[in-house]
Design a protein around this ligand. Structure first.
Ligand code: ADP
Ligand code: MG
Ligand code: MG
Length: 876
């Protein structure tokens, strides 16, 4: 049998959204529920995919079915498409699986032409309506199908309105519209070079093609990437009989919500614009009637709408967003869907529906999009604010939140300004460890260079600071005292705003609304999520403050403490630098002696903050280029501390220069060359653990020592031996029976490939997916941003693999490592601590391959808790 490419609304239902798209599935469902829906048919998402496979052609089989279903629709409507006796007009509407509002355009009144408009005029005795339909159709078809800019048509209307001295389209007469249609046709011919198509069937096929084509427009591609929608899904096309909202004062178009999408309050809301078609409502040219007025002026319609709203909400068990048209006093439903909402509203609605007995807790947990929580945990710009904002650029959405303030260019200025109570944003080419305090003081951090795992991005996420990274359009002036972006020049003190959740950068000050973690519904939903999830959620925390914050957001341990980050603060970086420039074991040990008490103190605080929950401490892994002193000032300091001359220090630095530092002398490669580093760190961990254990008899402290960047079993054996010898000696000296574990981060492909071997020594695995992604793709973490855009354009990749786990490649290595590792040790604990640990779709993958925990930056902990719960529910 041939494929079925087309479905009548009566043949579908709400569970067919993969095939019929969200709009099509819901039009079918509303039809099944007996609601007044203008009938029609849906061309499937598979037909869209087929269109691309056929080289952007609609093949004959699909065309044939479209013709066949048009005949069925003619029979249902009692009208004929393209007929000059009793013409059928339709709308052509796109509708993907996941709603992509505003991404693809709708064409109304299709099937009209010079003869049809005359019949319509005559039969209805309403020529104004007929000509209004015609002029709208030419405009929409030209814009959507032929890509003649809408504004060219708008100009002609504006001119006409000015001539006639009227302000609204509705004040134009039949004759005005007739004249506009003539003008439009001339415009069309000038732009396209041929006559405006009058054949209804040709109009239809061209419109369907345009919808398929729009799936690939740049706006749609960006929206998909931001919202995790795969390109392969395709969009469906709905062809539907028109219901006319532009027939006069008893007709209109509107939208309704079953609850308030901003606050979640259980209050029905609707808006209607009389004598209008769909697009007029959004265009904002006329002010629609609000709910109070509808109640009074259209009591029957109000009552019917309210009933339908209740019915649909009960049926879908979620807040509904509805579109409708009134044709000469009769109501028609054109769309319903689970409405988009703010995070706050999402939580309230989910909790209220449970309280009302309409959904259970499981459904409530599934109803909230974890990605949406970002705005709740951080500040954000309101939709209203953004409407009038002037965007000047876009970078990577590195750390969520909203920032607005005066520009400063150095960490010191940021610190000083903040001390005076000023709000500043730190704009840098890139950040480095000494910027930490300035980053903390600033409202947000904006960098011209670096990717999602650059220093600025990682640190900002940890602190919960807003960060937009890698905005390569920022061009700094030679003297570094100003930069240009979006055609404007900005200097210190000028005000900008940016959004770390979208990467958008705006000129001037935008109002920031604060996050609200204290929200009652949030707490409730999180408790429910915790009941369902099976994976633990830990945090990546490098400082006691991060650890405490994460704990308060529900972290059940630390999955990654990057010990080198503990030296980002204050003068501590100096000790690390002394260690780096040491050229004898003696010198190195002297530097390490300074570091030991600092580390021990930090570890004690981490154990304290985690209250007996597990803490994984990763041994030093400083990519040297991030830590070597660079400025004269820094070098001088090192000289003072070590007694070396500047020449000597420079010579050491030169000796350390690596062509490819990310693959250089870091991770476990350090203690293999310099075992004393591992000795010092082991002492610090064990001493801290003993101390905290002694202070809290009811906690069971089991430090997890993690060796980074292992790829060879013997690397692990070498470093583990040092750790075990040192730890056992410490424990013996203290008379302690404390247990500890030594494991590894799996971040080198070779470690995944030989995981059965590695698991003989490693007592736990944790996937370091930042490096694993870097090494698997061979993409530099810091530079990938420079070419990823061209990859998106060429459809080589759809997403940044550093943000969304590449389940096919990197994921395959992970799966293999879990299986191999557990073959050696069936009880091997395995977690993930890369940035992916806080990305909802990556969390789901981690659940599927059997990880014990995910670990993410503190502010992502609630997101991971919710995502882990959803993964557990969905994969039951
Ligand atoms: P979007 O997905 O952008 O909301 P729609 O396909 O829902 O686009 O179309 C936008 C508007 O066009 C609808 O809200 C409705 O007002 C109008 N519209 C679409 N189809 C019809 C129809 N068959 N009859 C009347 N109006 C329609
Ligand atoms: Mg719509
Ligand atoms: Mg790493």
């Amino acid at each position: 049998m041939a494929n079925k490419w087309v479905y009548l609304f009566t043949e579908g239902n709400k569970d067919m959204r993969n095939l019929l798209g969200g709009k099509g599935a819901n039009l079918a469902e509303m039809t099944n529920l007996g609601l007044p829906v203008p009938q029609g048919f849906t061309i499937t998402t598979e037909a869209c995919t087929q269109y691309y496979e056929d080289g952007r052609q609609i093949n004959d089989e699909i065309k044939g079915q479209i013709r066949e279903y048009m005949e069925k629709l003619e029979a249902i409507s009692g009208k004929k498409f393209g007929d000059i006796e009793n013409p059928l007009l339709v709308s052509v509407r796109s509708g993907a699986r996941a709603s992509m509002p505003g991404m693809m355009d709708t064409i109304l009144n299709l099937g009209i032409n010079e003869q049809v408009v005359d019949v319509m005029s005559r039969k209805s005795n309403n020529p104004r309506w007929a000509w209004d339909c015609y002029r709208r159709f030419i405009q929409m078809f030209s814009d959507v199908v032929m890509e003649v800019s809408k504004s060219k048509f708008e100009k002609l209307i504006d001119k006409k309105k000015a001539e006639k001295g009227v302000t609204a389209d509705v004040d134009l007469t039949t004759e005005d519209l007739q004249d506009l249609v003539a003008q439009y046709k001339v415009l069309y011919k000038n732009e396209i070079g041929s006559e405006f198509p009058s054949d209804a069937r040709e109009q239809l096929i061209e419109a369907v093609k345009a919808v398929f084509r729009s799936w690939d427009n740049p706006r749609a591609n960006v929206y998909r990437r931001d919202n995790d929608i795969p390109y392969s899904w395709g969009t469906a096309v709905n062809v539907q009989m028109m219901a006319f909202g532009n027939m006069g004062p008893t007709s209109g178009s509107g939208v309704a919500f079953s609850r308030d999408p901003a606050t979640g309050e259980n209050a029905f809301y609707a808006e209607v614009l009389m004598n209008a078609q769909g697009e007029d409502v959004v265009s904002g040219a006329r002010t629609p009637m609000k709910i109070e007025e509808i109640k009074v002026k259209l009591p029957e319609i109000y009552k019917e709408l309210l009933e339908i709203s209740d019915k649909l909400e009960d049926h879908y068990r979620d807040m509904q967003d509805m579109e409708f048209t009134i044709e000469d006093g009769k109501l028609f439903m054109l769309q319903c869907r689970n409405g988009k909402r703010t995070a706050k509203a999402a939580l309230k609605i989910a909790c209220d529906l449970v309280a009302e007995g309409k959904i259970d807790k499981k459904t409530a947990v599934l109803a909230v999009d974890p990605r949406n929580l970002d705005t709740l945990l951080h500040g954000s710009f309101s939709k209203e604010t953004l409407k009038s904002a002037e965007q000047i650029g876009k970078g990577l959405p590195a750390a969520p939140g909203a920032a607005c303030g005066k520009i400063v260019f150095t960490a010191l200025e940021a610190k000083n300004a903040a001390a005076k109570g000023e709000k500043v944003v730190l704009v840098r080419l890139e950040t480095s460890p000494e910027d930490i305090e300035g980053m903390k003081a600033a409202q947000g951090i904006l960098t011209a260079r670096g990717g999602m795992t650059s220093h600025a991005a990682v640190v900002a996420r940890g602190m919960g600071a807003c960060c937009v990274a890698g905005c390569s359009d920022i061009k700094f002036a030679e003297d570094g005292e100003s930069f240009t972006l979006g055609g404007k020049t900005y200097k210190e003190g000028d005000i900008i705003s940016f959004d770390g959740s979208t990467g958008n950068i705006y000129d001037g000050a935008l109002e920031v609304s604060e996050g609200a973690v204290e929200d009652e519904d949030f707490a409730k939903l999180m408790t429910w999520a915790d009941e369902f999830r099976t994976m633990k959620v830990r945090t990546n925390a490098d400082t006691p403050e991060d650890a405490k914050r994460a704990r308060s957001l529900g972290a059940e341990g630390i999955g990654l403490c990057r010990t080198e980050h503990m030296f980002f603060e204050g003068d501590r970086i100096d000790a690390i630098r002394e260690m780096i420039v040491a050229d004898s074991r003696e010198e190195r040990e002297k530097a390490l002696d300074k570091i030991l008490p600092l580390q021990q103190g930090d570890f004690e605080q981490l154990f304290e903050a985690m209250e007996g929950n597990p803490v994984t401490i990763r041994f030093l892994d400083p990519p040297l280029h991030e830590f070597v002193p660079k400025t004269e000032e820094d070098i001088e300091k090192v000289c003072k501390n070590t007694g070396k001359t500047a020449e000597q220090v420079r010579a050491v630095i030169e000796g350390l220069v690596e062509v490819n530092p990310m693959m250089g002398h870091r991770g476990c490669r350090l203690p293999i060359a310099y075992p004393e580093i591992a000795v010092m760190q082991t002492k610090a961990v064990i001493r801290a653990a003993i101390k905290v254990q002694n202070a809290h008899a009811d906690w069971k402290i089991v430090p997890e020592i993690e060796v980074p960047l292992v790829g060879i079993l013997k690397e692990m054996q070498f470093v583990k031996k040092i750790i075990v010898e040192t730890a056992d000696a410490e424990l013996k000296a203290a008379g302690s029976d404390l247990k500890y574990e030594v494991g590894t981060m799996i971040e080198i492909p070779r470690a995944a490939l030989t995981a059965d071997e590695i698991a003989k020594e490693a007592e736990f695995f944790c996937f370091g997916t930042n490096d694993l992604t870097q090494m698997t793709f061979g993409f530099s973490r810091d530079d990938a941003g420079k070419f990823l855009d061209s990859y998106y354009d060429a459809k080589v990749l759809e997403n940044d693999p550093f943000a969304k786990l590449d389940t096919e490649g990197v994921g395959k290595l992970m799966k293999m490592a879990v299986e191999l590792g557990r073959k050696t040790n069936p009880n091997l604990p395995v977690g993930i601590c890369g940035e992916h640990g806080g990305d909802p779709s990556s969390v789901e993958f981690c659940h599927e391959i059997g990880l014990d925990y995910v670990s993410c930056s503190p502010f992502r902990v609630p997101i991971a808790r919710l995502a882990a719960a959803q993964a557990a529910i969905v994969n039951k």
